[in-house]
Design a protein around this ligand. Structure first.
Ligand SMILES: Cc1cc2nc3c(=O)[nH]c(=O)nc-3n(C[C@H](O)[C@H](O)[C@H](O)COP(=O)(O)OP(=O)(O)OC[C@H]3O[C@@H](n4cnc5c(N)ncnc54)[C@H](O)[C@@H]3O)c2cc1C
Length: 431
């Protein structure tokens, strides 16, 4: 597959010019590395309003359609016409709680409110017959330090009779009552209870509105706690539908093992498994942490090994879906990698999986690899655009991180830019 048709044929010229400029600028290391400083400088020089307009016309506009129902509706109208479904994401960055000067508990409450609002917005968009989704970051609801404490608790308890199950059952059964973990202080227990209540409120609301949730994977230092809390919620909400789904980072050496563990957990509990498979976004930070803290690098030894891991995990899930067509396994192929997407498209045919059923879906980020998304949409594959939903102030820290993590893709995969430039020159010749 070349993904050249429809390519950028239906993209308005104004958007194409913006994409060409923004993707080119995003390929400069200096700009990406110092994006937050440049953002603050720009805002103080131009003033909030003028700078906001400049961002909307450039970076923010390229990677985020806006924050209100009307903004999202307008920006995603053409997307939906092209068979592409918005996968809304609430842009919450850990460091933004310091920037907005809120007390910490209010920041978590505000994130919960924004997530509920996004579920409401997301429930009104979609394409008949395909599921609706929202991406959430659990560290927007629970303190990272508490996640680390929960992991310690897991490690200490892991020795006798599989207590991961005990702890999860405990969380599952006690939800709604006060959960008291002896190892935690009074304040930590209180925060844990408030966090669980927030998570539960979001899952319930998603389930009620028919918007299913993906929990993003983050750093390996917190992921086990994210899986633990997610598993407790899976037991509560995934009895018949994949209301909550996890994320597997294929750049981790442990990814296959993690996938098998969660599959087994769902099979044993007779609940629905759902996962978004990504390569992983924290490569540089994970390698650096492993070096400074002196443990084995958790990331695959080469990019090739990551690609193999990714393709093998997806293939094994597709194989299972083809064998047991009972709707108990769901997978999102969240990737811009043309080779991986092509393999999955081929495998769906080889395994005779009807892609209209919606248990295998694709996703790319808003503003990136639109040629791949457009091809999938034009050929009736369920395809989603991860679309952040927030104001310039709320979204910019999320966008720098995305720019930093995707800098290598933007630089390496020049396909977007090449195809955009071809389309622009075609239009110029027709003038
Ligand atoms: C819808 C969606 C949701 C996402 N959710 C998450 C999430 O929850 N958590 C998360 O961590 N990320 C998430 N991501 C980001 C994702 O992990 C990747 O950063 C991004 O999509 C690039 O991967 P790709 O599959 O598009 O691959 P490619 O375009 O092939 O890019 C692969 C990149 O992986 C890097 N890489 C990986 N392993 C190695 C290695 N061993 N050696 C060298 N380089 C390596 C390189 O930078 C390379 O450029 C999400 C992405 C999408 C589209």
């Amino acid at each position: 597959l070349t993904y050249e048709e429809p390519g950028f044929r239906n993209t308005p010229t104004k958007q194409l010019v913006r994409a060409a400029v923004v993707l080119k600028l995003s390929s400069f290391d200096f700009l990406v590395k110092h994006a937050d400083t440049l953002f603050k400088l720009g805002r103080s020089l131009l003033g909030g309003k003028l700078f906001g307009n400049l961002m909307t016309a450039t970076f923010y506009g390229q990677f985020c359609p806006g924050q209100t129902y009307e903004d999202i509706h307008e920006a995603t109208y053409a997307m939906r016409e092209a068979g592409i479904i918005p996968l809304l994401a609430v842009p919450t960055e850990e460091d933004s709680k310091l920037a907005v000067g809120m007390d910490v508990e209010s920041w978590y409450k505000e994130n919960t409110r924004r997530t509920i609002e996004c579920i409401n917005i997301g429930s009104r968009f979609g394409i008949q017959g395909f599921p609706r989704f929202l991406q959430i970051k659990l560290t927007a609801l629970i303190d990272q330090e508490l996640c680390i404490l929960l992991i310690l608790l897991l490690i200490m308890l892991i020795m006798p009779e599989h207590p991961i199950h005990l702890l999860m059952r405990y969380l599952q059964e006690k939800l709604g009552q006060y959960v008291q973990l002896d190892m935690l202080s009074k304040e930590e227990n209180l925060h844990l209870n408030e966090s669980l209540a927030r998570f539960e409120e979001i899952c319930k609301h998603g389930s009620k509105c028919g918007v299913h949730l993906y929990v993003d994977a983050e750093y390996i230092s917190i992921n086990p706690a994210l899986y633990l809390l997610s598993k407790a919620m899976l037991l509560r909400h995934n009895k018949t539908k994949p209301v909550l789904q996890v994320t597997i980072q294929a750049y981790l050496k442990s990814a296959k093992n993690e996938t098998e563990k969660i599959l087994k957990f769902c099979r044993d509990a007779d609940i629905v498994f759902g996962a978004k498979i990504v390569r992983g976004a924290y490569l540089v930070a994970e390698k650096a942490r492993a070096e400074t803290q002196g443990y084995e690098n958790p990331i695959c030894n080469s990019l090739e090994a990551t690609h193999d891991n990714y393709n093998e995990i997806v293939e094994s899930l597709l194989r299972r879906i083809s064998r047991n067509r009972n709707g108990k396994i769901h997978v999102m192929v969240a990737s811009h990698n043309e080779d991986s997407v092509t393999r999955v498209v081929k495998r769906l045919h080889d395994f005779g999986i009807d892609h209209m059923r919606g248990d295998v879906v694709f996703a790319q980020l808003y503003g990136l690899s639109d040629h791949v998304t457009n091809w999938l949409g034009a050929n009736n594959y369920p395809v989603y655009k991860s679309t952040p939903c927030g104001s310039v102030e709320e979204t910019m820290p999320y966008l720098y991180r995305r720019a930093q993590e995707n800098n290598r893709i933007i630089k390496g995969g020049k396909r977007d830019r090449t195809l955009i430039n071809i389309e622009l020159s075609k239009r110029l010749r027709q003038l």
